[in-house]
Ligand binder design. Structure first.
Ligand code: F6P
Length: 553
C-alpha cells in the first residue's frame, strides 16, 4: 500500500505552485469578465475545447492564460498525471481500502488488457456484458417468462446510492431510447412508501426485481428486497419457487446473494475494483440495458471509453477533465467557493445532478489527506442544481445577486431528442435562449450606468444592478444520445479524480457514511421495542437530544 501514499510530497499549501497561484489571484483582483473579453476578443473561440461530441466553452471563467498555466503547473507538481496512469494500470490507488480503481476497465474494448494483481480483467468484464446482453434480449423479446408463464413487462430495480442513482439517472436521460412497452422503476428509500408506490399497480406475474447491491448487505436494499419477495409470493400465492423467475442480483457477493435465495445463475457479477458510485456501467446497469437494449448500452460504454482515452492521452492544455478539475480547485482555494451548481437544460437530465452529488461529494468530501493528516485547504464542493428553466424561477436570484461565489456548469443540446412530437420541437429554441441568456447575464451582469440609462430611479439602481463575474462552463452537444451521456459522465468522473489528486485525498473510499449506519442499527431496536411497549428509550445510553426525540417519536 505504501507505494501509493503521497510520501515525500510537500503539503499542497506549502508548494511554490500554490503560493504562485495565491499571488496571481491577488494580482487578478477584481478583474472582470467584461475586461477579459475586451482585452481578448477571440476569447469566445480560444477558451474552448471539442472532445468527442462535447463542446466546452470555458471563456466565462475568471481566468487568464497565466492562471491556466499556473494551474497546470500545480497539476504537474501534485502528480495528477502519474496518479491517473497508476489508476489506468490497475494499481491500488484506493489506499485506505487497498483496492484498484478500475471503472475505466468496464468500458475497455474486448481486446484491451488491464491487469489487477497480474490478471487481465477485460475478458471477465466482457463475459458479464455478454451475459447481461443475452438476458436483456430475452426480457425485451418477451421470452423470459415469470413463474406463471407470463412474459416480464415490468422491471423494478432495488438498490441505493451507486446501485440506484446511476441506472435511475441514465434511464431518465435515455428515456426516448427505451422500450416504451416496458415499465421500469427504481426503488431505493427504506421508507416503505417507495416500494409501495413502485409496485401497487403492477402485476406480480409480469414483474422482475433486479436487486442491485455491490455488498449485498446494505440494509435499505436487503429490507426492500425482502419486502418485494414477500409481496411477490403473496400476490402469486406461491412458495419460494417463484423467486427464481422474478429475482436477479447484481453484486460482488455470491454468498450473500445465495443466502437471500437468488440462484447465483441469475447473478450478474462485478468486482471490488469497481466503486459503488462508479459502477453503473458494470452489471449495475442491467435495468438500463433492459430498457434501452444492449446496442444502446454499448454505445454508451463507447462514449465513456472515448472520454477515458481523451483523459489518458490528451496534453494538459487540451485535457477537458483536467481543465474542469483545476477550475474547481481555483475557485475553492482562491475565491472561497463552497458549492458548484450543475444546471442541465434538458428535462431528460432531471436526475443528473443528483447522480453527480454522490459521484463528487462521496468521493471528495474528505478532510484528511492520503497520509491521514488534516487538510488545510478546501476539498469537494457542495454539488447541487436542477434541470431546465425551473431553477431560474427559484434559486438563480441568489446566484445572480447573492453574496456567494457559485461556479456553475450549463449543459445543453443543439436539438431535442428524436421522438419529441413535432409541435413541441419549437420549444427547444426557447429553452436554449434561456440557457445562453443566463450564462451571458451571469458573466457580464448589468452595470449601474446601464441600469440608470434605462431611466431607473436612483434608489432602485443598486437593486437592479447585476455584478456579473459569475463563472460558468458551457457544455454543448448536438443531442443527448447514449454515447454523449457516457462522455458526459466520464468527464465528471475524471474531473473528480483530478481534484482528489490535487487535494491529495483518497477519492475512492467513503468511511464517512459508516457512523450513521452503525448508530441506526443501535436505534432501530429501541424503536421496535417501544412499538412493542416493552422498553423505555431512557434505559438506553442515548444522548439527551436523541433520547427526547425518540421519546417524541
Ligand atoms: O453507504 C454508501 C454506499 O456504500 C455507497 O458507496 C454505495 O453506492 C451504496 O452504499 C450502496 O452500496 P451497495 O451497492 O453495496 O448496496
Amino acid at each position: 500500500m505504501s507505494e501509493n501514499k503521497a510520501e515525500g510530497r510537500a503539503r499542497l499549501n506549502r508548494m511554490p505552485q500554490w503560493s504562485a497561484l495565491g499571488k496571481h489571484r491577488e494580482q487578478l483582483g477584481e478583474t472582470s469578465l467584461r475586461e477579459l473579453f475586451a482585452e481578448d476578443p477571440a476569447r469566445g473561440t480560444g477558451y474552448t475545447l471539442q472532445v468527442g461530441d462535447l463542446y466546452l466553452d470555458y471563456s466565462k471563467h475568471l481566468v487568464t492564460d497565466e492562471t491556466l498555466t499556473r494551474l497546470r503547473e500545480l497539476a504537474a507538481a501534485t502528480g495528477v498525471a502519474e496518479l491517473r496512469d497508476a489508476m489506468f494500470r490497475g494499481e491500488k490507488i484506493n489506499t485506505t481500502e487497498d483496492r484498484a480503481v478500475l471503472h475505466t476497465a468496464l468500458r475497455a474494448p474486448r481486446d484491451a488488457v488491464v491487469e489487477v494483481d497480474g490478471e487481465n480483467v477485460v475478458p471477465a468484464v466482457h463475459a458479464v456484458l455478454d451475459k447481461m446482453t443475452a438476458f436483456a434480449e430475452k426480457v425485451r423479446a418477451g421470452e423470459w417468462l415469470g413463474h406463471t408463464g407470463r412474459p416480464i413487462r415490468n422491471v423494478v430495480n432495488i438498490g441505493i446510492g451507486g446501485s440506484d442513482l446511476g441506472p435511475a439517472m441514465a434511464y431518465e436521460a435515455l428515456r426516448s431510447f427505451t422500450d416504451r412497452d416496458l415499465t421500469v422503476r427504481f426503488v431505493s428509500n427504506v421508507d416503505g412508501a417507495d416500494l409501495h408506490e413502485a409496485v401497487r399497480d403492477l402485476d406480480a406475474a409480469e414483474t422482475l426485481f433486479v436487486i442491485a447491491s455491490k455488498t449485498f448487505t446494505t440494509i435499505e436494499t436487503i429490507t426492500n428486497a425482502t419486502s418485494a419477495r414477500n409481496w411477490l409470493l403473496t400476490e402469486l400465492k406461491s412458495d419460494q419457487d417463484a423467486v427464481a423467475k422474478h429475482f436477479v442480483a447484481l453484486s460482488t457477493n455470491a454468498e450473500k446473494v445465495a443466502d437471500f435465495g437468488i440462484d447465483t445463475e441469475n447473478m450478474f457479477e462485478f468486482w471490488d475494483w469497481v466503486g459503488g458510485r462508479y459502477s453503473f456501467d458494470s452489471a449495475i446497469g442491467l435495468s438500463l440495458m433492459i430498457a434501452v437494449g444492449p446496442d444502446r448500452f454499448r454505445e454508451m460504454l463507447d462514449g465513456f471509453h472515448l472520454m477515458d482515452e481523451h483523459f489518458r492521452t490528451a496534453p494538459p492544455e487540451s485535457n477537458a477533465p483536467l481543465l474542469l478539475g483545476l477550475l474547481g480547485v481555483w475557485y475553492g482555494a482562491f475565491f472561497d467557493a463552497q458549492s458548484h451548481a450543475v444546471l442541465p437544460y434538458s428535462h431528460y437530465l432531471s436526475r443528473f445532478t443528483a447522480y453527480l452529488q454522490q459521484l463528487d461529494m462521496e468521493s471528495n468530501g474528505k478532510s484528511v489527506d492520503r497520509d491521514g493528516e488534516p487538510v488545510e485547504w478546501q476539498t469537494g464542493p457542495v454539488v447541487w442544481g436542477t434541470p431546465g428553466t425551473n431553477g431560474q424561477h427559484a434559486y438563480y436570484q441568489l446566484i445572480h445577486q447573492g453574496t456567494k461565489v457559485i461556479p456553475a456548469d450549463f449543459i445543453g443540446f443543439g436539438r431535442p431528442v428524436a421522438d419529441l412530437p413535432h409541435r413541441l420541437i419549437a420549444q427547444h429554441d426557447l429553452l436554449m435562449a434561456n440557457f445562453f441568456a443566463q450564462t451571458q447575464a451571469l458573466a457580464f451582469g448589468k452595470t449601474p450606468e446601464e441600469v440608470r440609462a434605462e431611466g431607473v430611479p436612483d434608489d432602485l439602481v443598486p437593486h437592479k444592478t447585476f455584478r456579473g463575474n459569475h463563472p460558468t462552463t458551457t457544455i454543448l452537444a448536438e443531442s443527448l444520445t447514449p454515447s454523449v451521456l457516457g462522455q458526459l459522465i466520464a468527464l465528471y468522473e475524471h474531473k473528480v479524480f483530478v481534484q482528489g489528486a490535487v487535494w491529495n485525498i483518497d477519492s475512492f473510499d467513503q468511511w464517512g457514511v459508516e457512523l450513521g449506519k452503525v448508530l441506526a442499527k443501535e436505534i432501530e431496536p429501541i424503536l421496535t421495542q417501544i412499538d412493542g411497549g416493552r422498553e423505555s428509550p431512557a434505559d438506553k445510553p442515548l444522548d439527551a437530544s436523541t433520547a427526547e426525540l425518540v421519546e417524541k417519536y
